[in-house]
Design a protein around this ligand. Structure first.
Ligand code: SF4
Ligand code: SF4
Ligand code: FES
Length: 267
């Protein structure tokens, strides 16, 4: 086995096999570097820029998801310039993104929301009207909500490289870029659900699952079972939220004022 590479991350000595990506070396050393587009096992995309880190002797911040470790490397993952870069990236990602987390189905379990809480991009310099695109239905159960998509291409890669189907691609350029089915406006696939599962934003979404198809225990429907479980979880969460909203909107009964002479003293 080739000699291990020695490097330092945030002051800790780390060893990794030659060729290991910096983001993985950090992860195995217990240091988390935020990432949207990187997904272990799939081709590198380097699209989101959330994984930028400072590397000594390198003039600019580096994308740790594409940088292999090298001997003597000194890396810092949470310095002021890194934090500022991540905050700016989030500001860009939110340019056209609706800011309605409290009513979003993914609210509370969204990687983008977690990162905004962590690095704070509460204010934005983009004050223009947001570019809105209506939600698209690609199949009876799969929906796509463009403005919430952060174009990490995880769904495209899992479908192509993981499932070997290639039912998804990307169309248009710049701010108009969006994920789209490879065949017209609908999916031609078995709806395995992997694109739904891997989306950090839940922006490829599933609804109206035909329950009989989600056959429990039938291996040919293994992934559909997964969709069913998520569908049931989502449904339970939605019901909880509706209950909570009902309770909040219930008119409060005015407190009855008890005359002083009728009050009992509790010791
Ligand atoms: S459901 Fe499965 S096969 Fe269809 S687009 Fe998504 S990942 Fe590809
Ligand atoms: S739909 Fe989800 S997984 Fe696909 S590119 Fe958009 S955010 Fe990424
Ligand atoms: S995770 Fe490195 S650029 Fe997206």
């Amino acid at each position: 086995m080739a000699d291990l590479v020695n490097l330092t991350i945030n002051g800790a000595s780390v060893q990794a096999a030659p060729g290991t990506l910096l983001i993985d070396a950090a992860k195995h050393a217990g240091i988390e570097i935020p990432a949207f587009c990187y997904y272990e096992g799939y081709s590198l995309q380097a699209a989101c820029r959330m994984c930028l880190v400072e590397v000594e002797k390198m003039p600019k911040l580096q994308a740790s998801c594409t940088l292999p470790v090298s001997e003597g490397m000194v890396v810092r993952t949470e310095t002021a310039p890194v934090v500022k870069a991540r905050k700016t990236t989030l500001e860009f990602l939110l340019t056209n993104h609706p800011l309605d987390c409290p009513v979003c189905d993914k609210g509370g379990e969204c990687e983008l929301q977690d990162m905004v809480f962590r690095y704070g991009a509460g204010e934005s310099r983009f004050t223009e009207n947001k570019h809105h695109v209506d939600e698209k239905q690609w199949s009876p159960v799969v929906f796509y909500d463009g403005p919430r998509c952060i174009l990490c291409y995880r769904c495209v890669r899992v479908c192509n490289e993981g499932m070997g189907v290639g039912a998804l691609g990307i169309v248009n350029r710049g701010v108009l870029s969006e994920i789209a089915p490879s065949h017209g406006d609908h999916l031609e696939c078995d709806e395995c659900g992997m694109c739904i599962d891997i989306c950090p934003r839940g922006r490829v979404d599933q609804r109206n699952l035909p329950l009989p198809d989600a056959a429990v225990g039938d291996e040919s429907h293994g992934n559909r079972l997964h969709i069913l479980l998520r569908w049931l979880q989502d449904d339970a969460r939605r019901a909880q939220r509706q209950d909570h909203a009902r309770q909040q909107s219930r008119p409060q009964r005015p407190q009855r004022r008890v005359p002083l002479h009728q009050r009992t003293l509790r010791l």
